[in-house]
Design a protein around this ligand. Sequence first.
Ligand code: 26V
Length: 822
Amino acid sequence: MSDTQPTADPVTFEYDHLDNDVDALRKSITNQLIYTVGRDQRSANSADWFFALFHAVRDRMMHRWRETLATAQDSDAKRVYYLSMEFLTGRALTNALLSVGIMDEARTACTQLGLDFDALIDLETDAGLGNGGLGRLAACFLDSMATVGVPGMGYGIRYDYGMFAQRIVHGRQVEEPDYWLVNGNPWEFMRPEFSYPVHFGGRLVQAGDDVRWVETDDVVATAYDTGVPGHELRSVATMRLWTARATSGINLDAFNKGDYMRAVEAKNASENVSRVLYPDDSTDHGKELRLRQEYFFVSASLQDIVRRFKKHQGNFDLFADRVAIHLNDTHPALAVPELMRLLVDEQRLEWDNAWNICKKVFSYTNHTLMQEALETWPVDMMGRLLPRHLRIIYDLNANFLAEVHERFPGENDLLRRVSLIDERGQRRVRMAYLSVLASHKVNGVSALHSQLMVQTIFADFARLYPERFCNKTNGITPRRWLSQANRPLAGLIDARIGTDWRRNLDELAQLRPLATDPEFVSAFQEAKAQNKRRLAERIAAETGVIVNPNSLFDVQIKRMHEYKRQLLNVLHVVTRYQQILARPHADWVPRTVVFAGKAASAYFMAKLVIKLINDVARVVNHDKRIGDKLKVVFIPNYRVSLAEVIIPAADLSEQISTAGTEASGTGNMKFALNGALTIGTWDGANIEIAENVGLEHIFIFGHRTEQVAALRASGYNPRRYYDNNYDLKTAIDRIAEGAFSPEEPGRFHDITRTLLESDYYLLLADYSDYLATQHKVDELYRNPAEWTRHAIMNVAGMGAFSSDRTIREYASEIWNVKPLFP
Ligand code: 26V
């Protein structure tokens, strides 16, 4: 049964075999083992039991999923379609267990069956269909849409290979393919009835005003649906991911000529479009396969949206009342010309009418100001691959530039600057400008970022269309990032203020008076200690390094990027190492500095920093003179499920990007919600975290955005800092001399040279304040009650950073949709 076929006789559900008590669950699990997995108790291995458990849980979501779809269908409500190249959902089982509310029952049922429940849970592979923040945000948003009851759907790509797995070999990153589907994905439903042809190449034939796109190479997109359960199963959102299939099973022409192998190869090639996630979020490489991916999923999604609309409504005047399409960054920006193509070429609407519909339907979120990550596509590539879309973009551009010319006659440079086509050098299509032009709302992801966005990359557009620009500060789902990841703290909070905070995070404010309650403080400390012991065990298992669970856990986990300044953290570590050696008997606060994060495979500097961290770790950790006073670990293969273990154990959260570079950050929110104190710059959402938890409960340091600009404008000279700061000079010199790479002293020359000769991200300028602030961190840590008071005040102040709040704001101020299940 599809989600659009009303049945004559409504199906009534038989719930009796889906009770949530232990007996019913145990029965379900064993039935699933036999009937779905095809094993019996005698032959089953733990993977078989995992799938059996999974299906037993999934069954208990199905009725709500069907009800969610039916309610949305019956209500004629406007729906949100969230288009995203990435959904970094991680694991689904624990989340589902908590959402259905059968965690304890499932554990008992498994124990009764003689199974190790925690080991089973640990068998699940992460769905790593994203690079980092942007993809994880999309996953939190689906969780919140399901919880808040915003009728919506996420559309993306079902990559065969997700984010690569990272191994560390001799201190260096080695990438391995992540074939996450190898054992099957028990969570998804293939929907072959929702398959659409996607065209590439070919040429245009013009007949009067009519343009036909002919002789195309086609691929078929087939839908796979995954249910995303909201809190207490209030509703279940749908994530629909597309996979590529060759149109005809094989190339018939080659087949008929008797060349069987070539026939099958062609089929393989066209299916490559959904093969692999691009693992680089730092530079726009303009690779053709990436453009194909973008168009592939956008075209399938839009055809699906138009089909669903037409099923219930023939009249496109109502399209914008029923449909909101959100562009998660510019990666789905081809949705704009694609909707124009569908409306004009296929549905035969007038151009102006179609364009007015587009402008009401689309909205767009910008996630980065980094010039090198802003997408542009060579005009000739787009013309070859998507001639119809290039033509549409040209026509839109001509109309747009005419409008600008009329409003600002004589400003010819303005026309050149805002054109959808960058005419400097090789001509390129500017995807961000296309997205802004088509969207009724464009948002940034933190207050600072949204402000900088209209002052820098979109300054001209903000002058043309000031009413379009707004801010929607990011958020995170408290279900995964507190309830699920931090059972000890969640349990403690439940005992004091009840359980409602899971869907109303503002309730955490009730913890404020408990920040000095000795009983609560010590229970809070015990929860943290428990999480730290768990992480210490994990570190020992993964790296062989033994860390002291009583040391201060200082954590920086995120993608490796120069602007995020992991290297500044390393400079602090090296300085601390030197200082401990100089004064071994001083009263040092023991620290464990934890790093994790992946580098894009071609990002030389980021990879060299990983090597540096590992080299420093090797030297420091083996230095007998240091002992417990300092340990450094790099935990390999950072991913969602690993973050769920690391974050609850952190004392200190490193959010140290150069001011003005981190659009928002969401890791910063996860740490603060779990009772870590932040050491951070005045950047992204750090600022709003500071404002919400209180400036006295956070460690802010470094140059602010205006000061960064001023410093650069005055001709920044990193040598000045190096020459004038003994500790800084020593740290850099030690690295440069090969103190951490005696077998190859020049190994980090590229790092030290860049620091001294350009230092674009101003590490040297922020070093001394960073060190002074780290000193304050030590001093506070010596006073556990005071430290914990600050930590509790952080948790208590994080209400505003629930992604439920973010989604409600998008719903009312951008999408204009009302929750269906209020
Ligand atoms: C960029 C690119 C560049 C072109 C090719 C492929 C590709 C893939 C992903 C990206 C993503 C870069 C943008 C991004 O992830 N931004 C992050 O978004 C988070 C959610 O809004 C935010 O918290 C982070 O601060 C921001 O860096």
